[in-house]
Design a protein around this ligand. Structure first.
Ligand code: GYE
Length: 306
């Protein structure tokens, strides 16, 4: 028997492409900056862009992809809200002969693979982001015992799964720390605030908050301040993204660190698409390199933040 060769649909080299970008939600600055990056790139990359907003529903995101397929897109840039529910969208795009690039989040690797069901994943190493947040905490925590509350991202999303794994495994190597609670705040500011309010009552001795993104970290800061705590002084906040509000919180002394996770995917998407159309071999993961923001450099980057 011969080898089965997995192949992704080809992309013709041409001047204009009909491009699908089914955004998952628009309730935070990260998502708004990412959508804007695709719109900005449409003008410079020859894209006739169809962008939708699934308003936080994986089912709607799948339906949005269906309708883009029906509208004859040439290429799909998909940010899958959750790892499993978006698999059907990836499969249907492939069946329709449309090359798909996953942007910023991935899908369940036991079901769908790069170089077969989709061309490539463009995004950060979320395990490493979690590790780096833990490394900063381990190096900068001066107390005796670190009582950690963890605010998780959207349940079933690749960044929530991997940011948890990276952080939890790394923090387990230092026995000063204990994670006393880990709950989802759905990557949202308001839910982060609510969950923090509840957890604060159950764990009044908390002195570290690890949030999987800046929006939840800002929500947690609000909850802590409302309870009379002093974020940055009696509670250390570590987070991920690098939003404007987070950099401002670092400058104000309320947040310790945020590991970068950039939303500016448009230019990279354009470049990778053109290389694919030119017949270049594309790696299954195009890893975005992240910076780290602390009091040492937050002020230098706030002007370019979103
Ligand atoms: O960190 C978060 C957003 O998928 C990497 O999604 C992205 C994450 C980002 O809601 O703020």
């Amino acid at each position: 028997a011969g080898l089965a060769i997995a192949e992704t649909p080809p992309l013709e080299a041409k001047d204009t492409y009909r491009v699908g970008f089914p955004q998952m939600e628009s309730n935070n600055p990260w998502r708004i900056a990412q959508t804007k990056s695709f719109h900005d790139t449409a003008e410079t990359c020859g894209w006739d862009l169809i962008a939708t907003d699934a308003a936080g529903s994986a089912a709607k995101q799948v339906a949005d992809v269906d309708s883009m397929i029906a509208q004859g897109i040439d290429v799909l840039f998909l940010p899958p809200r959750e790892e499993k529910p978006l698999i059907p969208a990836v499969m249907k795009a492939k069946a329709a002969g449309i090359p798909t690039f996953l942007v910023d989040r991935s899908v369940d690797p036991s079901v769908a693979q790069a170089g077969d069901h989709y061309v490539s994943f463009l995004g950060s190493d979320f395990i490493e982001q979690g590790q780096r947040a833990a490394d900063w905490l381990i190096a900068n925590f001066s107390g005796e015992k670190g009582v950690i509350v963890e605010l998780e991202g959207t349940t079933g999303s690749s960044p929530a799964n991997d940011r948890k794994k990276g952080f939890d495994d790394q923090i387990a190597t230092d026995d000063r720390f204990e994670i006393v609670a880990s709950q989802t705040g759905d990557f949202a500011r308001d839910l982060g605030r609510q969950v923090m309010e509840t957890l604060l009552q159950a764990h009044p001795d908390v002195n570290v908050v690890y949030a999987h993104n800046d929006e939840m970290a800002i929500g947690a800061i609000q909850a802590l301040e409302l309870a009379g705590r002093k974020p940055g002084e009696d509670v250390i906040i570590v987070s991920i993204d690098g939003t404007r509000d987070a950099l401002q919180a670092i400058i104000d002394g309320k947040m310790g660190v945020t590991v970068e996770s950039s939303p500016f995917f448009g230019p990279l998407a354009c470049d990778v698409m053109k290389r694919y159309a030119a017949g270049e071999e594309i790696p299954g993961w195009i890893k975005v390199e992240d910076r780290i923001f602390t009091k040492d450099n937050a002020a230098d980057h706030i002007d370019e933040a979103y």
